[in-house]
Design a protein around this ligand. Structure first.
Ligand code: CTP
Ligand code: CA
Length: 231
C-alpha cells in the first residue's frame, strides 16, 4: 500500500477518461450543450492517478481545476473529442467515457453571430454525431477495458435500468455505469449513486456516495476485469 493507503493496482496502466459535456456551436457565440459538470469524470481520473495509472483526460468544457498528475487535453465539440480520443485510445488499457457527448450538432453553423433582426429560425436543422464509444468498441485493442456511462431519467418506454440494459445490448461495453439524473440528481452535484451493468448480466449497485468513492468502486471493477485477463 502506498502513502495514501491505496494499493497501486493500476500501476503501469494507461487510463483515458473523457469528462464534461460537449458544445455544438450554432454561431460563434451560441451552442447546444448539456448539464454535465465533469465532476464524475474528474473523480475517476483522480482515483486512477492515486492508484498508480498514467492518466489522460479529454476534458470537454470542464470548469474545474485540472487533475494533478494527469495529462489534460481540452476540447469543445463532439468532433474534437472524437479526434483526441482516437489519438489516445490506441495506447490506453482502459477507456472511461464519462463525458456527455452530443448526439447531434447544428447542420449549418453560421460564421457570424445570428442577429435578432433576422427572421427567427423556426427550427435548427441537426445532423448526427458519430458515436465515439461505439467506434472504440469496433476498434478495441486486445484486453482493452471499455467503460460507458449512461445518465438516464427513465420515460414512457421503461425505467432507468430498462433503458440502460437496452443501451448495453446496443453497445456491449465491459461496464456500463448507470445513474439516474433529473431534479437534484447526478449532474452538478457532489454525490452520486449508480448501478454498474456488465454484458454477462451482472449488476452491482453502488449506494449514494461521493463521486470520489464511486470512482474508486468503478475502478475496483475495472481492476477485477484486468486481473481476469491473462497478459
Ligand atoms: N457516447 C459517445 N459518443 C456519442 C454519444 C455517447 O461516445 N456520440 C458515449 C457516452 O460518453 C457514454 C455512452 O456513450 O459513455 C452512453 O451515452 P448516452 O448518451 O447515455 O447513450 P446514447 O447511446 O447516446 O443513447 P441516448 O442518448 O439515446 O440515451
Ligand atoms: Ca446520447
Amino acid at each position: 500500500r502506498g502513502a495514501a493507503g491505496v494499493r497501486p493496482d493500476l500501476a503501469g496502466r494507461h487510463v483515458l477518461v473523457t469528462a464534461g459535456g460537449t458544445r455544438e456551436y450554432l454561431d460563434p457565440v451560441r451552442f447546444l450543450g448539456n448539464a454535465s459538470s465533469g465532476r464524475q469524470g474528474y473523480a475517476v481520473a483522480r482515483a486512477a492517478v492515486v492508484r498508480g495509472a498514467s492518466v489522460t483526460v479529454v476534458a470537454a468544457n470542464v470548469a474545474l481545476p485540472e487533475v494533478a498528475g494527469a495529462r489534460t487535453i481540452p476540447v469543445t465539440s463532439a468532433a474534437q473529442l472524437r479526434d483526441r480520443v482516437h489519438e489516445v485510445a490506441p495506447s490506453a488499457d482502459v477507456v472511461v467515457m464519462a463525458a456527455a457527448v452530443a448526439d447531434f450538432r447544428p447542420g449549418a453553423p453560421q460564421a457570424y453571430k445570428i442577429k435578432k433582426e433576422s427572421a427567427a429560425p423556426g427550427s435548427i436543422p441537426l445532423v448526427a454525431n458519430p458515436d465515439v464509444l461505439a467506434e472504440l468498441l469496433a476498434n478495441r485493442r486486445p484486453r482493452q477495458v471499455l467503460v460507458g456511462f449512461a445518465a438516464e431519467t427513465g420515460g414512457p418506454g421503461g425505467g432507468v435500468l430498462d433503458h440502460a440494459r437496452a443501451k448495453l445490448a446496443r453497445k456491449p461495453v465491459d461496464l456500463l455505469v448507470v445513474n439516474e439524473v433529473g431534479a437534484g440528481l447526478g449532474f452538478e452535484v457532489e454525490h452520486n449513486a449508480a448501478v454498474v451493468l456488465d454484458p454477462r448480466g451482472g449488476e452491482t449497485a453502488i449506494e449514494h456516495t461521493s463521486k470520489d468513492l464511486l470512482a474508486h468502486r468503478i475502478l475496483d471493477l475495472v481492476v477485477g476485469l484486468t486481473a481476469d485477463r491473462t497478459d
